[in-house]
Design a protein. Structure first.
Length: 172
């Protein structure tokens, strides 16, 4: 499904009963919405699940320039508005987790519960430098230049097998 929001077109998928509470999944760097397929399959029995490709990822537009966290938060809010979603639960991994934190900090009235996975709540000079290096690599070699290092970092994480516990904590 393609949705126009915040001046770009987003690629997204919606699953689950129309009358169920909303649960939004937001992807990490160098991935797309398919990273959430197992969780969506399980949780869409109890939730209306929105998965979307973050700006510059998957099938979502990639306009030129830097993508700041306030922009990613604005993107999520614009998607909520375009789809008539008032106050979803929101789960994000890494960059998607930072989006969840930004939503909770800047717009707490727009989110229910948030699940933040593998996402630091602060940036140090060292992490800022790492991001600058990753940005430079992406600018010269495209997102493909980041796939291997992102995959190596992600492969150290155990697969998310806690969907039933997440569902229970969100009241379903």
């Amino acid at each position: 499904m393609r949705i126009k929001a915040n001046s770009i077109t987003f690629n997204c998928e919606i699953d689950g009963p129309a009358d169920a509470p909303w649960l939004v999944f937001s992807n990490s760097l160098a991935t797309n919405l398919s990273m959430w397929d197992p969780q969506a399959a399980d949780l869409s029995r109890s939730f209306r699940v929105l998965r979307y490709d973050q700006r510059g990822h998957g099938g979502t537009d990639a306009p030129p320039g830097r993508y700041t966290y306030p922009t990613l938060v604005a993107d999520a809010l614009a998607l909520f508005d375009a789809l008539g979603i008032e106050r979803p639960h929101f789960c994000g991994l890494s960059m998607g987790g930072a989006t969840a934190l930004g939503l909770a900090q800047l717009h707490p009235e727009r989110v229910g519960r948030i699940v933040v996975c593998d996402s630091p709540a602060m940036s140090t000079p060292a992490t800022a430098q790492q991001w600058e290096e990753r940005i430079a690599a992406a600018q010269t070699g495209g997102m493909e230049a980041l796939v291997e290092s992102t995959w190596r970092a992600g492969s150290r994480l155990k697969p998310m097998r806690q969907t039933r516990r997440i569902s229970k904590r969100c009241g379903r």
